[in-house]
Design a protein around this ligand. Sequence first.
Ligand SMILES: [Zn+2]
Length: 385
Amino acid sequence: MKPADDLLHFIGEGLTPVSEIDVRALSEIYEESDIYLSIYLPTASRDDQAMNDTYIAGRSRAVTKALDGELLQDFERTMEMAQEYISHAPVNGERGRIIFASGSMDFLHVYRIGVVPERALVLDTSPFLLPLARMRDDYEDYAILLMDSREAKLYSVRSNVVKVEGSDSIDLMNRHKKGGMSQMRFNRLRRGAISAFISDLVEDIEAIQANIEIRGLVLAGPGEAKKQLLEALPLDLQNIILGVVDISIDTTVGELLEVGEKITLENERAEERNNMETLRTSIMRSYPAAYGAQQVRDALNEARVNVLLILRNASIPGWICERCQNIRERAARPEKCPYCGGPTSTVDIVEELYELAQRTGAEVEFVTDSEFLDSLGGIAALLRY
Ligand SMILES: [Zn+2]
């Protein structure tokens, strides 16, 4: 499908969180010929940037040799469009850049991201989304609440970019009983101050949730205050706590980010293990599950997939019919599709199934390390029915 008019151009001036890139819309874009260029570059250091130039020059020479006629002209036009954005200086906090371009479609997307991608330059029938997909799996947005009994600061973390979302304070421990005030009145005031503090925090957390889909909340700070908060939180917020960490209230944002990343990665791995356990049980008890490229493709086409499970480094060579989307894994590519006579191209089946999952609204989970998933062909799905 051609990109819609309002999707033709996106040039990120500042950082774009990877979670904000519209992979669903990008996955809808494909043509019958290889006109979509995808570039992934690390941009954090000068060394990176110098190596990018060498890499791009080498890769584009190689691709040029593999093309002729109209496709070659097309590719040259596309490279011209992209070139300016390949060598642009990085903005503050930028550690990587993603470029999707097609000269013949007048299509150009440039994303500056806070995450380091592996270098890649790919020319294909559609934007190459798998590297972005893996980053989105590892860098889901989350929030950190750093607090003690007197103050609290709430941060959002999106692709390594930390932003203060709110700060609240009370003066609990120093609220000395004033002369003449009864113990009861003092206790009432104290309780009132605590509950006002907590409802301010709850409001701040809910304000983040209203704007971004967060994986959860890391609760950090010294002493008991965070535990008291945890007990007082409404149940739906208790359920999103990713971890509770003892840490100084003066912790720097950089250190906070490290702590947060450790906790969210642990959480991500635990989620992977859970999904793999569900898959194992499903297969043993004959609950709805699919594995291997063909079964998974059929289940995706019928919109029966709840969670698509992909082994992180999986790559399944095969071919796809660009017209009817018929796929075959580990098979020599026929000139024409045996079903509809449409043009075929050599693909990584994993990329195709990921795009299909995006188009059909299935959740995608990359699994870091699993012999079991490997033995099933690197790809499987938990099904709705
Ligand atoms: Zn076909």
